[in-house]
Ligand binder design. Structure first.
Ligand code: HEC
Ligand code: HEC
Ligand code: HEC
Length: 439
């Protein structure tokens, strides 16, 4: 062999070693089980509120009798990933993780054993959590009940099952530097930005992703389909007739309802009623302040109440001038509950010309609500809407088309296909006790 070949092979070997060293993360030795009384009750209590804002429960708990025991399925075209047991069980959970290992997982997406974690776990946002808040979260998780439960193994197809490839994903899409407060903004805004970008991981659902499942940075909050719910656009492209302002955002994030937009259903119902429920009012106001600034270039030009009244009146006039099948269905099946006085729209019976499920660019939320109804746990707690799964596909298309015309919006495409998919989802959720649909 010529000298050149030896050199080339030597270079390749060096490259492989460098790469292996970069990819490799050390295992952090297991510690003794943390003693419950070593954490102050105040710290644990603070951790509880933070765990709520972080929605840890939603992704790590299937049934209430096994809190934080993992096993929640994350399906993808390449197979399923399952969340892990994060109760302090010594073998099945994270009971023997020292604080250092917990912090590394939350900030770098690496398990105690040194394996790269998948970004379905939003460490890409949790990296922004401060040391103090991580201390409180650690204290909270170490003082839960240890639950013996091994989640199912992932069944991802090759090469997605190779964890070390996540290193490459991080190289391409993960910026490990934490978010820094903006000194030019108010304290309230900065608090809101910290919560939204960190624990609250709001953009994880509201931002569209690229084919590698990374959030598109240039389209932050432009709206995205996640888990068969459409997380509505909250940037300047939000198509709502009455623009979100700090008051309506506060009302919605606190109570799950907004008179000018409707109610929080599906995964947002979880965020509001489970996640943010225990967060103090000041945090909800801070979130509202930050979220409002995402669309600061498109504020309401008039008083929201007046805008709402004009929108409803125009929609009612357009509806009166129609005599098609969609209009007949709306009058017989929906209008008795959803009829609103233009001056006093009610979130609890969303006026459908103001409602985000109707004005969104994607029909998923409207179709799911009509097919499945709204249970007591979602939207306004206690209030229910019956499901209309008995309507034919044709009727659903007519109704959706009519509601779009009534709001003076272009028709949705591919309704027929989407209705088929959502009906199938509804059937499956009725057959499985752990189904996430229709919560
Ligand atoms: C959107 C869903 C989601 C949310 C919200 C979420 N997790 Fe997870 N988490 C996951 C998934 C999925 C995994 C498994 C990732 C993997 O196997 O690569 C995981 C893994 C982890 C791990 C690594 C455990 C191990 O054994 O390797 C820790 C620690 C963890 N989560 C803690 C938390 C905490 C604390 C919160 C709340 C602040 C939280 N998670 C919220 C989905 C989530
Ligand atoms: C797990 C996914 C998910 C996360 C995380 C999430 N959202 Fe949402 N969000 C949704 C979905 C889905 C909707 C649509 C719900 C509906 O129409 O009832 C929504 C709707 C909203 C709306 C109402 C928009 C409209 O026009 O109706 C606001 C405001 C909002 N989210 C704010 C937030 C904030 C603030 C956070 C972070 C604290 C957040 N979201 C985190 C999924 C999510
Ligand atoms: C029996 C009364 C009733 C009927 C009939 C009814 N709804 Fe509803 N609807 C409600 C209530 C109440 C809510 C709010 C539920 C909540 O807040 O938990 C609601 C919520 C909704 C939402 C959710 C809005 C959001 O903000 O995400 C949509 C969309 C909707 N209805 C559409 C329809 C359509 C279309 C029809 C006709 C096929 C219809 N409803 C028939 C009572 C009704």
């Amino acid at each position: 062999m010529s000298k050149g070949w030896y050199l080339a092979i030597a270079l390749l070997v060096i490259l492989a070693v460098v790469l292996a060293l970069a990819v490799w993360q050390p295992s952090i030795p297991a510690a003794d089980l943390a003693k419950r009384h070593s954490f102050s009750p105040e710290l644990v209590e603070r951790g509880k509120v933070l765990a709520g804002i972080g929605n840890c429960e939603t992704c790590h708990t299937i049934t209430a009798d096994k809190p934080y025991a993992g096993g929640v399925e994350f399906p993808s075209p390449f197979g399923s990933l399952y969340s892990t047991n994060i109760s302090p069980h010594p073998e099945d959970g994270i009971g023997r993780w020292p604080r250092e290992a917990f912090v590394r997982a939350m900030r770098e997406g690496v398990s105690r054993e040194g394996a790269h974690l998948y970004p379905a776990f939003p460490y890409t946002h949790y990296k922004n959590i401060t040391d103090e808040d991580l201390d409180a979260l650690y204290a909270y998780f170490m003082t839960r009940e240890p639950v013996a439960h091994t989640p199912p193994s992932n069944n991802l197809s090759f090469p997605f099952n190779l964890r070390f490839l996540q290193w490459g994903w991080k190289l391409l899409f993960f910026d490990p530097d934490p978010w820094q407060p903006d000194p030019g903004r108010s304290e309230q805004w900065n608090r809101g930005a910290y919560l939204a970008k960190g624990l609250g991981h709001c953009s994880a659902c509201h931002t569209p992703r690229n084919f590698m499942q990374a959030e598109k940075k240039n389209r932050a909050y432009a709206g995205a389909l996640v888990d068969n719910w459409y997380a509505t656009a909250l940037d300047e492209s939000q198509p709502v007739p009455v623009h979100w302002d700090t008051d309506s955002l506060y009302q919605y994030l606190r109570s799950g309802t907004s008179n000018y937009h409707g109610v929080a259903v599906g995964s947002m119902g979880e965020v509001v009623h489970r996640g943010l429920r225990q967060a103090p009012d000041s945090d909800i106001r801070a979130l509202a302040s930050y979220m409002e600034s995402l669309s600061a270039d498109r504020r309401n030009t008039g008083n929201p109440r007046q805008l709402a009244a004009e929108t409803i009146t125009a929609a009612q006039q357009r509806a009166h001038s129609e005599h098609g099948a969609g209009e007949a269905l709306y009058v017989s099946a929906c209008a008795s509950c959803h009829y609103n006085d233009p001056q006093h729209p009610l979130a609890a019976r969303a006026e459908l010309s103001l409602n985000s499920a109707v004005t969104a660019d994607d029909p998923t939320n409207l179709l799911r609500v009509v097919i499945e109804g709204v249970g007591t746990g979602a939207g306004t707690p206690i209030l229910v809407m019956p499901g209309f799964s008995t309507l034919s596909d044709e009727n659903l298309v007519e109704l959706a088309d009519f509601l779009r015309r009534r709001s003076n919006l272009p028709p949705w495409k591919n309704l027929q296909q989407r209705i088929g998919e959502l009906r199938e989802l509804h059937r499956q959720s009725q057959h499985s006790a752990t189904g996430k649909a229709g919560e």
